[in-house]
Design a protein around this ligand. Sequence first.
Ligand SMILES: [Zn+2]
Length: 461
Amino acid sequence: MDIYTSFAANLLFPLHEKLKKHSTTAVKLELERSQWLPAEQLRALQLARLREFLSDCAAHVPYYRDLFRALDFVPAEITAISDLARLPVLTKDVIRRDFDRLRSSAPEAVRLFSTTGSTGDPLRFNISKTRISRDVAAKWRATRWWDVDIGDREMVIWSSPIELTRQDRVKQVRDWLLRTRLLPSATMSPTDMDRFIAEICRFRPKMLFGYPSSMTLIAQRAEQQGVPLNQLGIKVAFCTAERLYPHQADVLQRVFGCPVANGYGGRDSGFIAHACPQGGMHITAEDIVVEIVDQQGRPVPAGVPGDVVVTHLYSSCFPFVRYRNGDVAVLDDGQCACGRGLPLLKEIHGRSNDVLLAEDGSVVLAIAFAIVLRDMPGVNGFKLIQETLSFCRLQLVTDASFRPSASEQELRSTFRTRLGAGVRLDIEYVETIEAEASGKYRYVESKVSQQQVAQAGGCTS
Ligand SMILES: [Zn+2]
């Protein structure tokens, strides 16, 4: 660690957090110790915290006070994490409908946070300094797993459109002090990408942080143009905000000459999990209980895909208890070679609300197709567009190892099985998949009305 990084990580950033009245530095120290606890001890710690958190909810949050009473649920008496399953799943609709009753009456400063709604599903909720401190500290801990720290030169490749406000200018000064540079990559023309590549070469970051799709596009452009980026001393590429596909990880690793680390979470769910160098996707178990559940909200065992449901143990000001965040994932009951006792996620699939409608009107999760495409040799990207009930277009980005005749046959047969024998599938070969206006990439788009989907009811996978 160089002197400036040490100055930033030990003095500058802690001071910044203190001025913001965040307890981040103390929490980070606590998390760095607890990550090495044996799994059983971590579970005991989690259970104790869960009891305390739910008791807070019962005392100060009208929605939970009434719910617990109706269910005869006494937080102080729970004896296992699995007791959580007695409570219903919290959906975005409930948060919108019962916003006022979900607010805690306890005296704590909160601010209203709104998710951007880039997926057409915006959400408003309150967030406290306690909760922010936990999430920032968890991210800081995971950063340090990769032999980098706050204050190391960091290039942030961010594809959301960014507007400069006064608040952002303050942030710019902070970023400059902490040696973070932003590449606003909302547009990705060849000229833009060449400029980004030149900036990366000039800045020589120790770490990259951003959307895997944008980073991959930049990496592919550099490779095409013959600009080497693997000797710049980049130690790690942190991916966030979108699903990371294996082919993207391969490209990033090859072009930047560094390992790729996936992070999973959001402002609504918190910092759920992060990859360690040994490959484990570690859950932030001190702060968040992750359950994987079926359509009825019942937990499914490790190894089985289901909906992600999170309980954020430091969200008392506006509790997230069994919050269904819209993703599908798989738990892993194994242990990581790194020795950390933190539990693991095995896989994180796309969003569970990415659905298609079959000819007979039943709902089909798009993940079924994503899994087939993911395992198909030579597929480097795809987008599935359902134009009508009987017509889908599949855009594919492929390389030389793609075998068109065998693969097309497999795809058509998968589509017919899932969507109906009469469904027409057009396969289009494209150079790149276009991003949405929000800068995010959407791999599934259904033009069949959402109302029809809602009327169809339950999902099958
Ligand atoms: Zn590990």
